[in-house]
Design a protein around this ligand. Structure first.
Ligand SMILES: Nc1ncnc2c1ncn2[C@@H]1O[C@H](COP(=O)(O)OP(=O)(O)O)[C@@H](O)[C@H]1O
Ligand SMILES: [Mg+2]
Length: 249
């Protein structure tokens, strides 16, 4: 999997100069079900700069997935602002959000969300299909991305022919194929055994080492420890911890 280090993105200086990828100010999200309202995010300020590896932790129901959906432009805030890579996305419509997602964000979910009838490389090329990339280039980039995650010899296999860990690596390849500024992973190891968990976390470490901005959502403490910064979510609010063990100053 060493090829992953050839990934092109590199962080700028960690302190001071690094460009912000995520800027949330006073971010709030209220769900409405009939006449019932629930405030899932209650005013969050959060800044994540290029090249950071951040874990978002918190108990079930604390708002992690809501936050992930907002950060991933899968859902919008009901108050406050969200700037992604410098662009205010708070007021964009569905079509504009889809374009932003395609251009800037790679997703990895707990359920791998692969299409079972398609071979690995066809799954990986999908973001490029939506992005309007020509077929020959899609094929080449999908094969490259699979080689980067150590699956060069599995490009033609369907998801059902792969282990859970391999399927999640296909999902990581799909998240990377468009060279996004931000990799968002929501409980990416939640369905994996310990060997596959180590495998996928090792891959995220390598991607971070190569300069990717990674946001990992987890409720598992030992998974969160892999990141250089931990953001704790409790009842829709965040509490910022100092950098943990391996972090830069
Ligand atoms: N679509 C929704 N409609 C109403 N309430 C929701 C919806 N999605 C999540 N919630 C509520 O918002 C809170 C936060 O949920 P979620 O963000 O999924 O938390 P987590 O990922 O930390 O478990 C929970 O109380 C949940 O029941
Ligand atoms: Mg969740």
């Amino acid at each position: 999997m060493g090829d992953v280090l050839t990934t092109s993105r590199r962080p700028r200086a960690r302190s001071g100069g690094a460009a912000p990828v995520i800027e949330l100010e006073g971010a709030g999200k209220t769900y409405r079900t009939g006449s019932i309202e629930f405030e899932a995010l209650r005013g969050i300020d959060l800044r994540i700069v290029e090249g950071e590896y951040v874990a978002v932790v918190g108990p079930s129901g604390s708002g992690k997935s809501t936050l992930m959906n907002v950060l991933g432009c899968l859902d919008t805030l009901t108050r406050g602002t969200y700037r992604l890579a410098g662009e205010d996305v708070s007021e964009l419509d569905e079509v504009e959000l889809a374009q932003i997602r395609n251009r800037h964000i790679g997703f990895v979910f707990q359920q791998f969300h692969l299409l079972p009838s398609l071979p690995a490389w066809r799954n990986v090329e999908l973001p490029l299909v939506y992005g309007g990339v020509a077929p020959a280039e899609r094929r080449e980039r999908a094969h490259e991305a699979l080689a980067r995650v150590g699956l060069a010899d599995r490009v033609g296999n369907r998801p059902g022919e792969l282990s859970g860990g391999q399927q999640q690596r296909v999902a990581v390849a799909r998240a990377l194929v468009g060279d996004p500024a931000l990799l968002l992973a929501d409980e990416p190891t939640g369905n994996l055994d310990s060997v596959s968990t180590a495998d996928v976390l090792g891959l995220l470490d390598e991607l971070h080492g190569a300069g990717r901005t990674v946001v990992l959502i987890t409720h598992e403490h030992d998974v969160a420890e892999r990141a250089e910064r931990v953001v704790r979510v409790t009842d829709g609010l965040v509490q910022h911890d100092g950098p943990s063990g391996r972090a830069a100053s």
